[in-house]
Design a protein around this ligand. Structure first.
Ligand SMILES: [Zn+2]
Length: 185
């Protein structure tokens, strides 16, 4: 798991290195740190390609500056959304996303998707940790569920008892009233 400090260092470095790509609100890097080097390499490749291509702008059509709109994980895969660019940049992005598909999102080591919880690309080590956490969560959910049931019973059972007590008492009282009114004693 990443720390807030690690995230801040990475995000600030990216925004400082590639100010044109992160010129608009993009919602941050919503992926774990194992994929950060992939994103950093991708941004580096995109910006240097764009700058190099556009140096000779009188000879060729200009590559529109890429502006990142969102970076996130979806169904275990990396999603890099942006405006601008061209076909070559599209290919770079697809390559980076394919690379992430085979990299642990936690540490960047070779990984696969699957597991017991959410779909996530992880190496065997982080897969084992994630599955253990998932099972722990399952036990917690079961414990909370049983506690709620038990709590409910603790309230409902005495209520039923009280209800029966009041109900029978009322019936007896009515019976007595009827008895008195009929017999007068
Ligand atoms: Zn890992």
């Amino acid at each position: 798991m990443r720390t807030e400090e690690q995230y801040d260092v990475f995000a600030k470095r990216m925004e400082a290195k590639y100010p044109k790509m992160f010129a608009k609100p993009y919602g941050g890097f919503a992926v774990e740190q194992g994929w950060w080097p992939i994103i950093e390499s991708l941004c580096g490749q995109i910006q240097s390609y764009t700058d190099w291509w556009n140096k000779n702008r009188e000879l060729r059509p200009v590559v529109e500056q890429v502006v990142v709109t969102q970076i996130k994980e979806k169904f275990g895969g990396l999603c890099f959304y942006y405006d601008g660019g061209d076909d070559k940049i599209h290919g770079m992005v697809r390559m980076a996303e394919a690379w992430a598909d085979h990299s642990c999102e936690e540490c960047g080591a070779p990984g696969t998707s699957g597991g017991k919880g959410w779909i996530k690309n992880l190496c065997p080590t982080h897969r084992a940790e994630e599955d253990a956490r998932y099972e722990e969560r399952g036990v917690m959910v079961a414990a909370v569920f049983l506690l709620v049931i038990y709590g409910g019973m603790c309230v409902i059972v005495p209520m039923i008892g009280l209800g029966l007590f009041v109900g029978i008492g009322t019936i007896l009282a009515i019976a007595r009233i009827v008895h008195y009114s009929e017999h007068g004693n």
